[in-house]
Write a protein that binds this ligand. Sequence first.
Ligand code: ATP
Length: 210
Amino acid sequence: MSAAQTPVRLGVFGGAFDPPHNAHVALGQAAISALDLDQLRVLPTGQAWHKSRPLTESQHRVAMSRLAFEPIARAVVDDREVRRSGPSFTVETLRELKDQYPRAQLYLLLGEDQRRTLSSWHQIDEIARLAIICAAGRNAADQAWAGSSTGTPSALAHSLDMRIQTLKMPLMPHSATDIRALVATDHNIQGLVPSSVERYIHEHHLYRPH
Ligand code: ATP
């Protein structure tokens, strides 16, 4: 990337994307427009330490993420986390991006379920120093935040809440868990994922019981 293309406002959106669905795309689009991002960096996770379920092979999650996000202007899929060996931490990704683009303001994008877990993230203080954290609601209950990132009030949770921005987007109750279950039981997922992703899932027989 040349100096002229160096992103100044850089959105960082990580997820398992197993599969990427329309709410992920809507969150990315909302962030680009609300935060006036120069670039949205979409990062499929490696075998994330906080997910108990083994994820679908990374090559499929990266390919589906490209199909879902790359039609959006300014979105770029970055596979650095799946190429990392061992557990992959968000703080490491933010540090690498900050080293790569020292002048950039990083915006860490996430949904409300992830916001609630933030105080247990590896080096969360460093994360909050490196990036402005922006959280989108996932359902109506998220509209009224409980005032704590963990459900257990703590100084850290409280000080984090003070610093997190709300990303407004239409509430979409989609989840990758539901979509995998629908495919596994031979139900239609039209309208829940981009049609290119739907085709990919069927062509590669993903999420089918063996
Ligand atoms: P799973 O059901 O497998 O846990 P998921 O649907 O939560 O998956 P992830 O890939 O884990 O999808 O999510 C990536 C990011 O997108 C997370 O920050 C998550 O909070 C956010 N996100 C996922 N679904 C929604 C949604 N419906 N509305 C807003 N944010 C969402």
